[in-house]
Design a protein around this ligand. Sequence first.
Ligand code: NAD
Ligand code: DAU
Length: 346
Amino acid sequence: MKILVTGGAGFIGSAVVRLAISRGQEVVNLDALTYAACLDNVASVADAPGYAFEQVDIRDRPALDRVLSDHRPDAIMHLAAESHVDRSIDGPATFIETNVMGTFNLLEAARSYWDGQGRDPAFRFHHISTDEVFGSLGPEGQFTEESPYDPRSPYSASKASSDHLVRAWHETYGLPVVLTNCSNNYGPYHFPEKLIPIVILKALAGEPIPIYGDGSNVRDWLYVEDHADALLLVLEEGAIGRSYNIGGENERSNLDLVRTLCTILDRMAPKEGSYGDQITFVADRPGHDARYAIDPTRIRDELGWRPSVTVEEGLEKTVRWYLDNRDWWQALLDRDGVGRRLGRAS
Ligand code: NAD
Ligand code: DAU
């Protein structure tokens, strides 16, 4: 199968690209190379015979038409997005342009290509989305595929919009789509503006480790390579028009998670005193969602997917990766906004 992956130079997209190539698929990686992209993420597969790269912005419709016509993929996996909640608070416009209008462009380009192909029923448009579209949970319950949409940040509202567009293109035009909504990912190549890499890098730099609010917010963590595996499974075996929630059933409060990371660092990169002493509570994120938790029953029961890595193993592997790959993250430290507190609004 030849898969067009959008956002394949980002964190999750690059894991999908690496896994798909390792499984013998052909991949066209389409990415605009924004501040969040890094071609080093796919350096290990860049010379593989089935790999091609296209620097294209999904807001550019003629370029999308050209890529589809040149490469003639069997499927599209759409991951390209502005992905950071804090940046969406500071500057929501790009989120609407890329996540909403970019997805609209890609759907229209895909529809035109699929029509031109004779509406091949085997074609798939796989839209990759987030659990944040469902809003914020109280202490009990989990998000299912039937949970009502209730996005609360500019980022999650833009992703919710894109989910609605994808469903509408299926219902109205018959485009063969599948959707997935996943919880928080972590692992290698995680851009250093998200919680886990920030903790590791601030700890190693001897700087304050910032925890928003009181650290009681809960996230449901999934190792990125398990997410990539689930995405390829849904692409191949998911039912058309259906959505699948993906999560590792690994809920942690931010404070617990950060303390665990500090304990791992104390062991793997010992220093005088504990990294936990650097934990600092800072002003909360505006509209900070209290808790996310995914019920993965559908993907487990219908497709047989299960994560392969426990959160304990995943966090150890992740810390080890950051310790062993300083060149990768040091090169990103001078990118715009990295290392600065983002998303405080005013
Ligand atoms: P990321 O920010 O690491 O990567 C996004 C990639 O998209 C980058 O390579 C960037 O250059 C590219 N991109 C951005 N705007 C583009 C545009 N206009 N045209 C073409 N390419 C563009 O994001 P990520 O964390 O890897 O997330 C990937 C997808 O998965 C997103 O759609 C996100 O909403 C979704 N998701 C992320 C998580 C998570 O925990 N990170 C969880 C669930 C779902
Ligand atoms: O749930 C899936 C989502 O997970 C994805 O859709 C998003 O693309 C992805 O960025 C992530 O969103 P979060 O907002 O949950 O991730 P982030 O790493 O920004 O924050 C995780 C939690 O940690 C959140 O409760 C805010 C808190 N936090 C974050 C940062 C950056 C801190 O306490 N300190 C920080 O410095």
